[in-house]
Write a protein that binds this ligand. Structure first.
Ligand code: NAD
Length: 471
């Protein structure tokens, strides 16, 4: 069996590496039009940072795992073609700011059709709107010259989380395969299931119809993001009343119907998926006339924006209502720990908000590159909603500093903002940090990861999300 995967990104790379590791008899080729990315996959410096990924890639690369820019050749030879291309939010035209942009997906489908001389199973790995398989089937059929070639489409959405991708792929909560209830559909589902069965227990391989699988991925992300927005909304109430959001989370999380996971209040969620997928869900609801449902899910994003704004406002008001010309160290720029990914990271909005009020920020992140931080803060960003986003304008380059040393970043600063929950932030010598800062020295813990009592003992004024000032 030969598998090809179109798209060597955060999903295509790790998922295919895991399949190649677990199925040594299957040839797996990951293809991409991005030459630099493929070169990086073939080098010792992989294009993405993910704990444990390098070891998995190293084990299989050159044995039965390959990375190539020759899309046509490998797709043409494959029995199963995964499509793991990006499906961002549309930025223009009908549905701009909400609908999924399927340009890359359609491009991939056209390539598959044009190079196929044998029947293939086409696997939707990208997150796509419900009913995408119907449109893709038409693109494939109409663009393939050989009428004897049959394409069987399956939906196999990916549930890995960045930062824990290898863990998630090694022991997934479930593998979801959606397909048609026809003879060829059932055979294709069985074929894909047999690949995963190399390491995933049978009871974790769920089979559904195509539309349920497509919709399940959007729903899973919407529910996860909703949980974060829900606890963040409660964090605002905690700050206003003297309750402690960590105590509330613990108290409600022990209810087995609620469960303890994903109940950490924070500066807000980020990442390439949550906002994009909810916007997509909102758009789908609107197009089928379910405005109330669309409004319900849209609120999850609005709450997330509110949380980021609230964080910035809290910094400003705590620092005597002015941060003009004050240096603020920003610890963490990635959207979560253990990744270098900054797509939709709350740090972008927070840094822009601080700079807009006159502060000079100095960013330290152990994985994010300087170029990425500069690009994220200095480029015009898209305005997602029908109303203007005050943070979409580029910020003044002179107000942005980047440091590769957390001590240096904090030196002479008036405040530190913790925006990513990197473990190393917990282990710094904060006495030393405090001594190098302006007084009074503030810490705004946007992830609730530090020992606040100890910091207060040292002399810091500590603000934490959803916590009373002197908790
Ligand atoms: P990504 O942007 O990192 O990678 C996509 C890759 O596809 C890029 O390298 C791009 O060059 C390539 N590509 C686009 N069109 C191509 C074509 N015609 N031929 C060859 N290559 C092409 O994206 P990602 O983060 O890996 O996400 C991919 C999909 O998976 C998205 O739909 C996303 O929503 C979904 N997803 C992402 C995550 C995540 O954590 N990032 C998790 C689950 C699902």
């Amino acid at each position: 069996m030969k598998i090809a995967c179109i798209g060597a990104g955060y999903v295509g790379g790790p998922t295919m590496a895991m399949i190649a590791k677990k199925c040594p008899e299957i040839e797996v080729v990951v293809v991409d039009i991005n030459e630099a990315r493929i070169a990086a996959w073939n080098s010792d410096k992989l294009p993405i940072y993910e704990p444990g990924l390098f070891e998995v890639v190293k084990e299989a690369r050159g044995r039965n795992l390959f990375f190539s820019t020759d899309v046509g050749k490998h797709v043409g030879e494959a029995d199963i073609v995964f499509v793991s291309v990006n499906t961002p939010t549309k930025t223009s035209g009908v549905g701009a700011g909400k609908a999924a942009d399927l340009t890359y997906w359609e491009g991939a489908a056209r390539v598959i059709a044009s190079v196929s001389t044998s029947s293939k199973i086409i696997v939707e790995k990208s997150t796509v709107p419900v009913k995408t398989a119907e449109a893709i089937e038409k693109v494939l059929r109409r663009n393939c010259k050989d009428s004897s070639v049959h394409f069987e489409i399956l939906s196999n959405p990916e549930f890995l989380a960045e930062g824990t991708a290898i863990e998630d792929l090694t022991m997934p909560d479930r593998v979801l395969i959606g397909g048609k209830d026809t003879e060829t559909g059932r055979a294709a589902i069985a074929s894909l299931a047999s690949v995963y069965a190399h390491w995933v227990p049978e009871d974790r391989i769920l089979r559904t119809n195509l539309w349920s699988a497509e919709l399940s991925k959007l729903t899973a992300n919407a529910m996860l993001a909703q949980r974060i927005s829900s606890v963040n909304s409660i964090s605002a109430l905690c700050e206003a009343t003297g309750a402690d959001v960590q105590q509330v989370s613990k108290a409600i999380g022990t209810d087995s119907r609620i469960g303890p996971k994903f109940l950490n209040a924070s500066v807000g969620f980020g990442g390439s998926c949550f906002q994009k997928d909810i916007l997509n869900l909102v758009y789908i609801c609107e197009t089928v006339g379910l405005q109330q449902v669309a409004d319900y899910w849209n609120q999850v994003i609005l709450m997330n924006d509110y949380q980021k704004d609230r964080f910035v406002q809290r910094v400003i008001s705590a620092m005597f209502n002015t941060i003009s010309k004050k240096k603020i160290a920003v610890y963490g720029f990635a959207f979560k720990k253990d990744t270098g990914d900054t797509r939709e990271t709350p740090a972008i909005d927070v840094c822009r908000g601080l700079v807009a009020d006159g502060a000079n920020v100095c960013v330290y992140d152990p994985e994010v590159t300087d170029d990425q931080i500069h690009a994220d803060l200095t480029q015009q960003t898209y305005e997602w909603y029908d109303h203007p986003n005050p943070r979409s304008a580029p910020v003044d380059k002179k107000a942005i500093g980047i440091s590769h040393d957390p001590m240096e970043a904090a030196n002479d600063a008036h405040a530190i903002c913790i925006l990513t929950e990197w473990d190393e932030f917990k282990h710094y010598d904060y006495q030393k940090v405090y001594e190098s800062m302006h007084k009074p020295a503030f810490i705004f813990d946007g992830r609730n990861i530090l020992d606040h009592a100890k910091l207060r003992e040292i002399g810091f004024i500590v603000y934490a999300v959803g916590k009373p000032l002197e908790a």
